[in-house]
Design a protein around this ligand. Structure first.
Ligand code: PLP
Length: 408
């Protein structure tokens, strides 16, 4: 997708110079072809199973992209009422939406009783009790799955691991068993599935193998109650370091697919990062090359307000200068926000960028624009999509007049 042609960076063959013409930076840019390739790769792993891919909308909530995924036949999983309404807005049938979240409000649950999603994933006993009360009062049925926490270490950043015993998400298997026992003949609460999601940016197969084997044993131990679907979550990692270390699909196919196959249930997956992560990039422009006795800084117009992942998780993103000519030197790449944490990389070797050159921060299609903010009164950036060799605007940059008009 990103390639230097005649020393200039291109996206799906289009030179960066052309893409940035008349489009003020910073902005996010996505490749539709790359999203399609990612979906094709997922499909090749699950071929032959009864499965349903859903997109974790929290990774990227651009309605244009969500609509495109819908048109490709991809389902959706949401974690808030806002995401639920966006799914509806682009035409998803509410009965096909999967609903997550560990702190669903009364309003959220009430709406779910009205709309009847494909599955409402229950995070705790306390939440189920709240739902039972509402469902009984309104005499409405609802299909639920229990989010279980299999206590496995996904070997990823602590902020994005969710399947350990001490995590705030889900319930242990004993609690799930107890709840199934209590509610399995309930007139309104239909526990039809299990859900688990053990973390994000996972690059190893073994945590999945462990988690799914544990859940498989659990299901086999259930007596009369039959579950019909298994939501296996998401979390597949991508190759941020560009060193070939990406989620091992072949190994997954060999070791995990057989476990899922013999469960003999519908398999639902919820992938976010793997679908859009490597299909997006943040494009900024170099304002200054600032030299001090200790360091040389590339000061860009993009900042932590546009992309917070490096500041928040210390995450690595590969950075591509517009031109790959000249001598390689070490730089710190920073933004204009008044905060030392506003830096994308430290001591990074780049072929000398110049003021005015563009710069691309790669693999920011997931957890990029969705986490952007108005810090320092930054305006949230525009988003563009490269599709069929054309660049189209799919969300404009925020407008200063518009956002200041919200104040009373
Ligand atoms: C965030 C999240 C996902 C998607 O995670 P990725 O790492 O982006 O694939 C899936 N399911 C749940 C419940 C989530 O919270």
């Amino acid at each position: 997708m990103l390639e230097y042609i005649n020393h200039q960076l291109t996206v799906e063959g289009i030179p960066l110079e052309e893409i940035t013409k008349g489009r003020p930076t910073p902005f996010y840019l996505y490749s539709w072809r790359q999203i399609e390739r990612n979906i094709e790769r997922i499909e090749s792993v699950f071929e032959g199973l009864n499965y349903h891919i859903s997109f974790a909308a929290k990774a990227n909530n651009n309605l244009h992209l969500i609509k495109g995924l819908k048109d490709l036949g991809v389902g959706i999983d949401v974690v808030s009422l806002g995401e639920f309404y966006s799914a509806k807005r682009v035409g998803y049938n509410p009965h096909n939406v999967i609903v997550n979240g560990n702190g669903k409000s009364l309003d959220f649950l009430r709406e779910m009783l009205v709309y009847q999603p494909r599955a409402l994933n229950i995070d705790s006993w306390e939440e189920l009790e709240r739902l039972v009360e509402l469902a009984e009062a309104e005499k409405k049925e609802i299909t639920v799955a229990l989010r279980v926490n299999p206590d496995v270490d996904p070997i990823t950043h602590p902020y994005i691991s969710t399947g350990l015993k001490k995590s705030k998400f889900g319930m242990d298997l004993d609690m799930a068993k107890k709840l199934i026992g209590i509610y399995y003949k309930h007139p309104y609460i239909k526990i039809e599935g299990l859900h688990l999601h053990i973390g994000s940016q996972i690059l190893k197969v073994s945590p999945y193998e462990d988690a799914y084997s544990k859940v498989d044993n659990f299901i086999k131990g259930l007596e009369e109650h039959q579950l019909t679907f298994m939501n296996i979550g998401g979390g597949w990692g991508i190759d941020y370091y560009k060193d070939g270390n990406e989620f091992p699909l072949e190994e997954y196919k060999k070791k995990v697919i057989p476990i899922l196959k013999q469960m003999n249930m519908e398999i639902i997956l919820e992938l976010g990062r793997f679908i859009v992560g490597n299909a997006g990039m943040l494009v900024g422009q170099v304002e200054y090359i600032k030299k001090t006795p200790h360091k040389t800084f590339v000061v860009t117009d993009a900042s932590m307000a546009d992309l917070i992942r490096p500041s928040l998780y210390n995450s690595y993103h590969h950075i591509y200068p517009q031109f790959n000519q000249g001598q390689e030197k070490e730089f710190d790449i920073v933004g204009p926000i008044c905060e030392t944490g506003d830096r994308f990389a430290e001591g990074r070797s780049l072929k000398s960028p110049m003021p005015g050159d563009y710069i691309v921060i790669a693999d920011t299609g997931a957890y990029g624009r969705v986490m952007s903010s108005n810090y320092n009164f930054s305006l949230r950036s525009a988003e563009y999509l490269v599709k069929d060799q054309e660049v189209v605007e799919i969300r404009p940059r925020e407008d200063f007049e518009e956002i200041t008009s919200y104040f009373k």
